[in-house]
Design a binder for this molecule. Structure first.
Ligand SMILES: NC(=O)c1ccc[n+]([C@@H]2O[C@H](COP(=O)([O-])OP(=O)(O)OC[C@H]3O[C@@H](n4cnc5c(N)ncnc54)[C@H](OP(=O)(O)O)[C@@H]3O)[C@@H](O)[C@H]2O)c1
Length: 101
């Protein structure tokens, strides 16, 4: 296993499943500490547990990309626990509501 991202901290939004989970798994496999950002903390923890079983340093961050207060608290959590963020993957897509004409 390559360790070229050892010491790096990566946050991936929508990382509890799908493409986000796979990005987390791949970054973690390269040695990064991955912050599994999930809007539902339980689903995030389940995904982080699965990654940890694969010897990945995975943590959970509660973050809903359309809820500013969850973004603010994620920033505080990352600042206090790591003091930095090296990689940000904003994977969670949102489709804005288009008002009917
Ligand atoms: N799969 C494709 O073929 C494809 C093609 C083009 C683009 N994309 C884009 O790639 C991204 C991931 O696709 P995917 O197929 O992996 O989707 P997915 O399996 O549906 O996973 C989406 C992830 O985003 C999370 N999420 C949704 N809304 C969120 C929000 N407001 N805040 C935080 N997290 C949120 C979901 O959390 P919950 O589990 O809580 O719902 C889930 O973890 C999306 O942006 C999608 O538009 C995908």
């Amino acid at each position: 296993m390559s360790e070229d991202l050892k010491g790096k901290v990566a946050l991936i939004t929508g990382a509890n499943k799908g493409i986000g989970y796979e990005i987390a798994r791949q970054l973690g496999s390269r040695g990064a500490t991955v912050l599994v950002a999930a809007r539902n903390i339980k689903r995030g923890e389940e995904a982080a547990n699965k990654l940890r079983l694969n010897e990945i340093d995975a943590r959970t961050v509660q973050l809903d990309v359309i809820e500013q207060k969850t973004i603010d608290s994620a920033v505080k959590q990352i600042e206090s626990e790591f003091g930095k963020l090296d990689i940000l993957v904003n994977n969670a897509g949102i489709i804005p509501r288009i008002p009917h004409c």
